[in-house]
Write a protein that binds this ligand. Structure first.
Ligand code: NDP
Length: 302
């Protein structure tokens, strides 16, 4: 099966994220009026990985565009664990900082988990500290990782109430798969968590009303794995080898978009699906963290 069947909706994450960012920007003046300052997001980059530098740059720009304060901190690739953790503690204590994001991956000699755990859970806008993960598992209000939260928003926008839906999450990473499973469970889905040791993955995927693919394998989920009418959220970002004469290969997801397009009710494209939601949800988390730290009620509608 090739091409886009007319009845498969393309879930436009770019447009949804733009709307979310505009609503966040609209909410900032009320926070400023109440507190005398803008919400602040600090991003820490260790080393000079070019992809990470691009992510940090675009996060900073989006923060400023939303009317928030952006603080960028760079440490050299040779920074020690103590230096990284000292900077994070300094940001924990900084009243102007509501959210702290430690850009991952860190250079290989550093202990990522220990560094992340240094972040004050109230400022953990990436939702990656053990406290945030525990709160999510317990169903207590806390900071939720941005990418899975963005996926949940797209699903709720498409389906409304997710109660009773059969959902499968392919991938169990700390960053995406595990929190995605928790969020879907919290929304009363019946959740299957699949991973590299799962047996007969196609059969399990075929049962699901909701499929979230977060694997990191180009176009792995095929059209005949999908139950007709299912909703497919493709988190994967994979670059194919360049075609002859091209400088760069095409970006594709973990789902075979052309095949699944004829079968699913709706699917997120790559790029333009889940990706833009991640930064929008980072801003959302910063706005929420700022309200909680200031003793204000959570902003409405986020
Ligand atoms: P990880 O590599 O951390 O995790 C991949 C998961 O996929 C693991 O749980 C692994 O299982 C599982 N897996 C690997 N191979 C298979 C297989 N053949 N069958 C079933 N499961 C398999 O990746 P991330 O979760 O960090 O990222 C996943 C993808 O999402 C990547 O393409 C990444 O680039 C993208 N991404 C996109 C973001 C966005 O903003 N759109 C944000 C974050 C990530 P096991 O645990 O058994 O090894």
């Amino acid at each position: 099966m090739t091409g886009q069947a007319p009845d498969t909706k393309v879930i436009d994450g770019k447009a949804f994220a733009a709307g979310l960012r505009a609503r966040i920007a609209d909410a900032v003046p009320a926070f400023k009026a109440a507190t005398g300052r803008a919400p602040g997001l600090a991003v820490v980059l260790v080393g000079d990985d070019p992809a990470s530098a691009v992510y940090v740059g675009s996060k900073g720009k989006a923060t400023v565009a939303a009317g928030m304060e952006s603080f960028e901190h760079r440490l050299p690739a040779t920074a020690t664990q103590d230096e990284v953790e000292a900077l994070l503690r300094q940001l924990n204590a900084d009243e102007a900082v509501d959210g702290i994001l430690l850009q991952l991956p860190l250079p290989g000699h550093l202990d990522e988990q220990a560094a992340v755990a240094t972040i004050d859970p109230e400022k953990d806008v990436d939702g990656l500290t053990p406290v945030s993960a525990g709160r999510l598992a317990l169903g207590i209000a806390g900071m939720v990782p941005c990418t899975p939260y963005g996926c949940l928003l797209l699903l709720e926008d498409r389906i409304g109430d997710l109660s009773g839906k059969d959902a499968i999450v392919v991938g169990r990473s700390i960053l995406v798969g595990k929190p995605m499973g928790q969020l879907l469970l919290g929304a009363n889905c019946t959740v299957t968590m699949a991973h590299s040791r799962t047996k007969d993955l196609p059969a399990l995927v075929r049962r699901a009303d909701i499929v979230v693919a977060a694997v990191g394998r180009a176009e792995m989920v095929k059209g005949d794995w999908i139950k007709p009418g299912a909703i497919v959220i493709d988190v994967g970002i994979n670059r194919l080898p360049p075609a002859e004469g091209a400088a760069k290969g095409r970006l594709v997801g973990d789902v075979d978009y052309a095949e699944v397009s004829g079968v699913a009710d709706a699917i997120t494209p790559v790029p333009g699906g889940v990706g833009p939601m991640t930064i929008a949800c980072l801003l959302r988390n910063t706005l929420v963290a700022a309200h909680r730290r200031a003793g204000l009620a959570d902003p409405e509608g986020f």
